[in-house]
Each structure stands twice: as structure tokens, then as C-alpha cells.
Write a protein that binds this ligand. Structure first.
Ligand SMILES: C[S@@+](CC[C@H](N)C(=O)[O-])C[C@H]1O[C@@H](n2cnc3c(N)ncnc32)[C@H](O)[C@@H]1O
Length: 432
């Protein structure tokens, strides 16, 4: 048997990517909700076909690989695609909602059992009587939900808790969580929490049970499809901070496919804020170390501004960008530095848990701060060298306009479109 040298495999991967037709990575007309990908919205989701193509290319050149890792799994896109490619998948994310979504999206329940349970839930839910004493206790409950909506959500929650087998509950909790989002007083088109304006709020009268039923029916289709692909490889999910993967053994994974946050939650995508209402309703059992729903964003990468601008990160690209930002706004420069300092710690951790010779596939957004472009792909490539990672290929995926409507804006500005990011960088590194 001939053994290919690592750099020959690198070359072959580079060639395979270069030979793809122009526009291959746009996936402008692709169905991004197929399989279980459409279960629940989530900010800055990866396009499933991007993950799928990356996995396929790596598998073509390393047919023996068995395990995939995503340290920022979010809603679990790359994990679902890993499963479909026959890989055992492990994912992690600091956001407890992410873990619930990834769990539901990677599990295939018997569709008949799901249907029987859905029928029972729908029959039961209208009979549950709820008084104000049964409402959940969290700040601003009535600011974010109308009283009739709270009562209906409480009915659904009670029904799931009392009539659904715990093994199948994640399927129902995900539908409940998506329902919470649609029926709240927040502007559903935006990922940050903004309340509807007064005229729209006055007319807001969502049908909670109909919304829940619609979400369930939609998700049943995805579940049935995944069920048809059994047996599925094993799934392992963690709620670790990517800066501390000490719960995972070194040299564990053959391939990584991930999209990290674009920057700190405060000025880019507020994952915690997006998830807060769902998490407050769900009240999921979480580890003591997991931050409370309203503290999640501070715990994410770059959540705490750096105290000073001095640093020892070995990235000339970052250094130049920080100097340019600091010249106009030193505080913003400290925010940016903090994000890359945290990201650097995750690079070390990810390098540790990846197998030597394994490939890391990154999908990142290069954002602009104070008119200075932060080339996160280049910065990661520079920072990763000291952790034994060599760059294999780096290219731009143009995001077709139709994928960047206002409602998909990951910006935190009210109604803002993403004008600073109309493409994303895809790059592959190999651990030596
Ligand atoms: C771009 S999103 C990933 C989206 C995912 N690829 C998908 O398709 O849904 C980035 C994720 O990083 C997570 N995150 C941010 N800081 C983190 C940290 N320090 N440790 C672990 N996860 C973190 C966020 O909760 C978010 O889910």
C-alpha cells in the first residue's frame, strides 16, 4: 500500500479545490433547510453545503477518517453533515441552547413514535389550565410576552414535561424554543432583542398553539428523513468553553469543520441575547460553571475587553490592524485584541485535541472595525503556526445577496444590513 506524504495530500486538496467551477461555493439556490437543518433559526449558521463539500474533499483524500469535531457547533450544522458522511461527531459550544439544538438535530427518532406523541401533546395541551401563579419567573416576562401568550406557552411546557417521554423531549423542546421566539414581542427579523414598536405591538396577537404545531410538522419531515439514514454514527456533545477543552483527550479527532464567532458578542453577533428568551423559558439543567442566560455574551470570545493594548500574539497582521484601530479609538482596539487573545487560546486547545495529520476547516468572516479590515483568516493562520498548524488553502466564498437580507443580518445595529462583510473566508490547516 502506498502512503502519501502529508504535503502531497495538501497539494491534492489544493488542486481539488482549484478545479471546482467558479461560483461553486456560493450555493445560491441550495436548500439550506434540508435534513434537520431547518429545525430552528440561529445566528450566522453555516451553509450545510459548505460543510458537506469540505467534508467530501477531505474524505476523498483521507478516506480512512472517522471522527469530526466542531468546537463552536452553534446549531450543529457541521455535526449533521459529519453524521451524513458517516463520521462520529463531537461538538461543543458555550451556549446551552446550542447543545439542545445540536442534540435534536443529530438524533433520529422513530417517526411513528413522534407522530403518536405529537397527537397526544396537541390533544392534551388545550386541556391544561394555567393561572398566573404557574407563569415562569424571570425578569421582564411581560415585557417580552403578552399574557395570553405566556399562558399558552406555559400550557405547552407543562404538557411536554408531563406527557412526553424524556428520551424524545429534545425534539419537542426545540419546537417549543422556536415557538417562543416567533410568539414573543421581539422583532423576529433580528437576532438581537428589540421589542416591536408600539403600533405593531398593539396589533400583535400570535396564535401560539398553531405556531407550535406548524414548527412540529416542519421538524417531523426532517426527523423522518434522518431516520431513513440509520444507523447513524455516535454523537458526543459538550458545553465547554472552546478556551478550555480539558474534558477532551488530546489527538482525538481526524477533521474539524467550524465557524467561530466573527468578533465579540457586543459588537458582532449577540448569541446570548438571541438565546435568552428560549433559555429562560426552557430552564435547562446546566453545569454550575455555565453562565446564566443574561451573562452568556460576556463569557464568549472577546467578552471582556483587554486591560491594555500590549500583547505577545505572534501575528504581524493583527498587530498592524490593532495599531490602525488604536490610532482612532484605543478602546475599540482593546475590544478587538481581547477577541483575538481568546481566539488564540482556543487555537491551542483545538490543536491539542486534533490528530496529527488531521485537517482543520475554518469558515470565518473578515469584519471591518473603524474602517480597518480584520483579516481573521490570515490572523488565525499566523497565530496557529506555533501550535504546529500549516496552511493548506485559503479562498473566499462570495455570499450571494439573497442570503444577506435584513432578517439574516448578524449585525447588532437596529435594522442594519451587513455591509462590512459580503464574503467569508474558507481555509484549511493541517496539524503537523
Ligand atoms: C458562527 S456561530 C456557529 C454557527 C454554527 N456553525 C451553525 O451552523 O449553527 C459561533 C458559535 O460560537 C459560540 N461561542 C462563542 N464563544 C465561545 C466560546 N468561548 N466557547 C465555545 N463556544 C463559543 C457561540 O455560542 C456560537 O454558537
Amino acid at each position: 500500500m502506498s502512503v502519501s506524504l502529508p504535503y502531497a495530500v495538501d497539494d491534492a486538496i489544493r488542486q481539488a479545490i482549484r478545479q471546482l467551477p467558479p461560483g461553486y461555493w456560493d450555493f445560491a439556490t441550495a436548500d439550506t433547510k434540508e435534513w434537520t437543518h431547518g429545525y430552528h433559526s440561529y445566528p450566522a449558521m453555516m451553509i450545510p453545503q459548505v460543510a458537506r463539500s469540505l467534508i467530501t474533499i477531505i474524505q476523498q483524500h483521507q478516506p480512512h477518517i472517522q471522527t469530526l469535531f466542531d468546537p463552536f457547533m452553534g446549531s450543529g450544522t457541521s455535526l449533521v453533515e459529519g453524521l451524513l458522511a458517516g463520521l462520529a461527531v463531537t461538538g461543543s459550544d458555550l451556549n446551552p441552547l446550542s447543545r439542545l439544538l445540536a442534540q435534536a438535530k443529530t438524533t433520529a427518532w422513530d417517526p411513528d413514535l413522534v407522530q403518536i406523541t405529537v397527537d397526544r401533546v396537541i390533544r392534551h395541551v388545550t386541556q391544561v389550565s394555567i393561572s398566573e401563579a404557574d407563569w415562569p419567573q424571570f425578569d421582564n416576562l411581560t415585557f417580552w410576552f403578552k399574557p395570553a401568550v405566556i399562558t399558552d406557552l406555559a400550557r405547552i411546557k407543562r404538557t411536554i414535561e408531563t406527557t412526553v417521554n424524556p428520551a424524545i423531549r429534545p425534539f419537542f423542546w426545540v419546537a417549543f424554543s422556536d415557538t417562543v421566539r416567533w410568539v414573543s414581542n421581539s422583532r423576529n427579523a433580528e437576532f438581537k432583542l428589540y421589542r416591536l414598536d408600539e403600533p405593531r405591538l398593539a396589533a400583535w396577537n400570535p396564535d401560539v398553539l398553531a405556531t407550535f404545531q406548524k414548527v412540529l410538522a416542519r421538524n417531523q419531515v426532517g426527523n423522518a428523513r434522518l431516520f431513513g439514514r440509520r444507523p447513524l454514527p455516535p454523537v458526543s456533545l459538550h458545553d465547554s468553553n472552546a478556551m478550555d477543552l480539558s474534558g477532551i483527550l488530546g489527538e482525538s479527532f481526524d477533521v474539524m469543520v467550524t465557524s467561530p464567532p466573527y468578533g465579540d458578542s457586543r459588537t458582532t453577533v449577540a448569541y446570548g441575547q438571541f438565546s435568552r428568551l428560549s433559555l429562560q423559558w426552557l430552564n435547562l439543567p446546566i453545569k454550575e460553571t455555565t453562565p446564566a442566560p443574561n451573562k452568556l455574551d460576556q463569557a464568549m470570545l472577546g467578552g471582556q475587553a483587554a486591560r491594555a493594548l500590549a500583547h505577545d500574539l505572534p501575528s504581524p497582521m493583527l498587530q498592524a490592524a490593532l495599531a490602525a484601530i488604536a490610532a482612532v479609538d484605543p478602546n475599540r482596539a482593546r475590544d478587538v485584541l481581547s477577541f483575538y487573545q481568546d481566539l488564540d487560546v482556543t487555537l491551542r486547545e483545538i490543536a491539542r485535541v486534533m490528530r496529527s495529520g488531521g485537517y482543520q476547516c475554518w469558515v470565518v468572516g473578515n469584519r471591518t472595525v473603524k474602517k480597518v479590515q480584520l483579516l481573521t483568516d490570515q490572523i488565525i493562520i499566523e497565530l496557529s503556526r506555533r501550535y504546529g498548524l500549516v496552511p493548506v488553502v485559503d479562498f473566499t466564498r462570495v455570499i450571494p445577496n439573497k442570503r444577506m437580507p435584513k432578517e439574516n443580518s448578524p449585525s447588532n445595529q437596529v435594522g442594519a444590513k451587513v455591509t462590512t462583510m459580503n464574503g467569508e473566508q474558507i481555509f484549511i490547516l493541517r496539524k503537523q
